[in-house]
Design a protein around this ligand. Structure first.
Ligand code: ZN
Ligand code: ZN
Length: 344
């Protein structure tokens, strides 16, 4: 016998953590999840100007569509409508690992147009984009031998670009596409790299770190899993674009953590919510500063550079500095610090 939707008793098509659902009720539940996170956690207020950081991958596609529907559709007469001014920010940052494809760009533009969201590209702001591009071009493969470092460098660069883009548009709030799975992955990689200090910041849907001074980057999809987002995109018939990290023959810490989590989830379906719940119990430190390289909040795990006491490095970046050629590390550090001055 086919199972029924726990909400409306129609034939169920999605087998979700909260019970079986039909396509319609499943989508409503996901939209409701996002809206609740935005309103209850205070990610944005009525009328705010909000930026969406969109790489073009499925998580950011879902984010544009979910937010678009949250703003234009009403579940019932009672709920107050959200009202936000939305701009989509896309960083076209070519790194050895991250390549913005024509396809992902198109998908973003189509989705944004559907909800009349403005789209802005980083390439319009030449100075920081150009200097970053030059930094990548001057890099030889031998400079960064660790694949995890390359991934991390791309991410650090993209987040800084987003902060610069947002602040130049007078936008103080940015939503990114991180979801329950990617946040768990970050928590575990933080632990393995000696950055446990950053966990309370990592797990919070609201950006409490202030790492990009003027701009806060929130995670409205924190309580939505990877599986749910993929299913949502599939139902919505949006062109599925795989995450735009190029496939690598070598495993990074990150990809290993992802497969570790996946295997755990097969045996224990509540792994992801459990990691999130446990991490949320950690107290947010009252005093902290930031890693000059990756902007992660640091406490006693941070170390001042002996050569330049203005520069503080987190544990992960201290190891990174040892692994990378000193020339490349210096190149990125100064490029990142110039970007930080721009976004302030
Ligand atoms: Zn239903
Ligand atoms: Zn760092």
């Amino acid at each position: 016998m086919a199972s029924l939707c726990t909400k409306c008793q129609q034939r169920a098509t999605v087998y979700d953590v909260g019970g079986s659902k039909c396509d319609y009720c499943f989508q409503q539940a996901i939209i409701h999840n996002l809206k609740t996170t935005v309103s209850r956690k205070g990610l944005a207020r009525f009328g705010d100007s909000v930026g969406l950081a969109a790489s073009g991958g499925y998580a950011s596609q879902a984010l544009i569509d979910l937010l678009g529907r949250s703003l234009s559709e009403r579940e019932d007469g009672k709920t107050t409508r959200m009202k936000l001014q939305v701009t989509v920010f896309h960083v076209d940052c070519e790194t050895p690992l991250l390549q913005s494809s024509e396809k992902s760009r198109k998908v973003i533009e189509q989705l944004a147009a559907k909800y009349s969201f403005r789209v802005c590209y980083a390439s319009e702001y030449m100075s920081s984009h150009q200097s970053l591009k030059e930094t990548w071009e001057r890099l030889a493969w031998s400079d960064v031998s660790d694949i995890s470092d390359l991934e991390e460098l791309s991410r650090i660069a993209v987040y800084r670009m987003i902060a610069i883009l947002a602040s130049s548009h007078g936008c103080k709030i940015v939503f990114d596409g991180l979801n329950a799975n990617s946040i768990c992955r970050n928590i575990l990689t933080n632990i393995s790299s000696g950055n446990g200090f950053a966990i309370p910041f990592e797990v919070s849907p609201i950006d409490i770190s202030g790492r990009f001074s003027q701009v806060s980057i929130h995670h409205p999809q924190r309580d939505i899993t990877d599986r749910q987002l993929m299913r949502y995109i599939w139902i919505r018939k949006v062109d599925f674009v795989a995450p735009n990290l190029l496939l690598q023959p070598v495993s990074s810490v990150e990809s290993l953590t992802v497969s570790f989590l996946k295997e755990l989830e097969v045996e224990h379906r509540s792994t992801i919510p459990n990691i999130l719940r446990t991490s949320s119990k950690m107290e947010v430190p009252l005093q902290f500063s930031y890693c000059s390289f990756c902007r992660v909040p640091v406490g006693s795990n941070g170390k001042l550079l002996s050569t330049c006491p203005d520069i503080r490095l987190c544990k992960a970046c201290q190891y990174r500095q040892e692994r990378m050629s000193s020339n490349a590390f210096q190149l990125f550090l100064s490029s990142f610090m110039t970007m930080d001055q721009l976004s302030q």
